[in-house]
Each structure stands twice: as structure tokens, then as C-alpha cells.
Design a protein around this ligand. Sequence first.
Ligand code: FAD
Length: 336
Amino acid sequence: MHSDDLGTSYDVIVIGGGAAGLNGALMLARSRRSVVVIDGGQPRNAPAEGVHGLLGHDGMPPAELLERGRAEVRSYGGAVVEGSVSAISGAAGGFTVHLDDGRSAVGRRLLVTTGLVDELPGVDGLAERWGRDVIHCPYCHGWEVRDQAIGILATGPMASHQALLFRQLSLDVVVFTHTSELSEHDRTRLLVRDVGIVDGEVTGLEIVDHRVGGMRLADGTVVPRDVVVVQTRMAARAGFLADLGLAPIEHPMGVGSYVPADPTGLTAVRGVYVAGNITDLTAQVGAAAAAGALAGARINADLVEEETDLLVARRDATLAISVPTTDAAQAGVAAH
Ligand SMILES: Cc1cc2nc3c(=O)[nH]c(=O)nc-3n(C[C@H](O)[C@H](O)[C@H](O)COP(=O)(O)OP(=O)(O)OC[C@H]3O[C@@H](n4cnc5c(N)ncnc54)[C@H](O)[C@@H]3O)c2cc1C
């Protein structure tokens, strides 16, 4: 992406230029707010060929969607800068955002949309094929792998749920229990849907001609599979918020960590808003963009209120100086 120059101060600094951040910046730029998006250029779905399930853009390459978003933000006067934020100091009205290359800028409000990191189970071959034939989400890539031989790598309680969702897309689904215990309840539910179960640890994937060919068990057996489904641990990218007193918390379902916020994205720290995967681990592109747009609108309203309060306070102060109080006026009359 081409990068604009980073200025010194803005109404709003958006940290992270994925769907959430760009849609937030779009709302702010269209509200005539000075806004910059600082983006590290590593959106979560970068390995995927297309964005699926997004009305009007189904199948568009992720990079193309973001390039369009950046152009839209710029067309209203917003800036998009390449860079990585490492620390933040200050408070609402004047946050200083520090980049790891020494640059910095000041923003009255912050919109943090840095997403999450998918931490893969420690099995050889998963990272190599991640986002292509090692996948996690039936709505992102399920249609694309329909009717194929699918292996579910169980690492937690969500495995049988994932298996049933993928069974909707293929008759050939097998759960590999790996490090997870399947309850009798889950086994029965998988059995009635003709989902196979292979007990035992998976030690690696067989990769044949740059594709998944099978799943290798500890005893050396290879079970042929075209696609492997994993559950990642989803960790909010939020380390740089620590100095503001904002830290991610563990998700109650044990699936990762997130930064809590109210429905408009406002966090526990005044002036700091979040949107997208950093606060909603299940948000797909459409939901992340919608949350970013809502937060952008909320920030604009917040600034409008603050600016209006300031003008009212100034007007009251001016009136207090120019109009004598009743007591002072009476004292003046008495003196004559
Ligand atoms: C393999 C895969 C395929 C997927 N396919 C689909 C799909 O088909 N359809 C769908 O709807 N969803 C899909 N998703 C989900 C989709 O990726 C997310 O919904 C979406 O990326 C969330 O958007 P976001 O703006 O919250 O975060 P992201 O898109 O991850 O954007 C965050 C941005 O912040 C930047 N950033 C992070 N830290 C910093 C920092 N310190 N300083 C500056 N910038 C920073 C990153 O570089 C990144 O550009 C898929 C996910 C995966 C893993």
C-alpha cells in the first residue's frame, strides 16, 4: 500500500487498518474529522484467497477490499500511514501514539482496531497450509471445501460443534481426538450424523505437492484428508495499550482473549474505543466493518458534545465578566 505522511495531531487516530479501522475512519473523515489510520499491513485473513459471506463483495481478495477502503478514506481527506504502534501515553484530549520506528502523533480520541492473532495448535504442517487447506471457519471457507475429505483436529470442547457444522458441507468428516476428550454425549451426536472418530494424537500433516494429503498419527498411520479444520486460540493484539491501563481479558468460553467495551466500542478508559476482532473474537469482515462504523460515529458525537460544552462554558464565562451581578450592580447604584 502507498503510505501518507504522518502529521503531528489529529481529532482521531485509528490504530489498525483492517475492515473495522477503515470503516471507522471513513465515518470520521466523512464527518470532517481529521483522522489518520496507522496500519501494520497484516490483516487476519491475509492468507485467504477471498472474503466470503460479505454481501456485495463475496469472494473479493482481502487485499483488494482493503485497498478500496483506503482509497475511500483518502477521498474524504483521511490519511492512511504504514507503521506499527508500540506504545501510547496521555489521556482523552491528548493521547500520544508512539510507533516502533520513533515517529509519534497526538490524537484527541483513539479507535483501536488491531484485531487478533490466531495461535495454531503445535502440530507440524499446520502453519504452512494455514488459511488454505488448514482452516477454522465453515462460513469463511466451508463452501470452497464442500464434498472434500475433512479432518477435524480436536483441541477443545468446540471440536464436535465444528464437526457438525462441516458435516453440513461434506459427507466425509472425521474427528481426530488428538489432545481432547470427547464425551459420550458428543460421540453419540457425531455418530448419528455419520461423522467418523479417530482416537489418538496427531503428530503432523502429510503435505503432498503443496497440499494437505493426510493426517499422521503417533503410530505412523496416515489417514488421507484433503482439508484440516483447527480451532485456534484467538489472542487480542493489544499489548501496546498496557500503559493506558487496558489489558485483554480471557474469554469465558476459553477460546482466547479480548478487550471489553460497551456496544459502541467505548472501553474502560475515556477516549479509547475498540472495534472488530480485538473486542469481538467471532466478528467476520461484515461485523467488524459495522462495529468500526458505529464506533466512528460514536467518537464524532463524543467530540461534538465536548466541543459544544466548551463553547457553552466559554459563553458563560464571557457573560459573567461583561454582565455585573445583581449585588455588584446594587453596590454601584448605592455608591452614586
Ligand atoms: C484464514 C482466515 C480466513 C477468513 N476468511 C473470512 C471470510 O471469508 N469472510 C469473513 O467475513 N471473514 C473471514 N475471516 C475473518 C476476518 O479475517 C476478520 O473478521 C477480520 O479480519 C476482522 O477485521 P479487523 O479489522 O477486526 O482486524 P484485521 O483485519 O486483522 O485488521 C487489523 C489490522 O491492524 C493492524 N495492526 C495490528 N497491530 C498493529 C499495531 N500495533 N500497529 C498498527 N497496526 C496494527 C494489522 O496489521 C491489521 O492490518 C477470516 C479469518 C481467517 C483467519
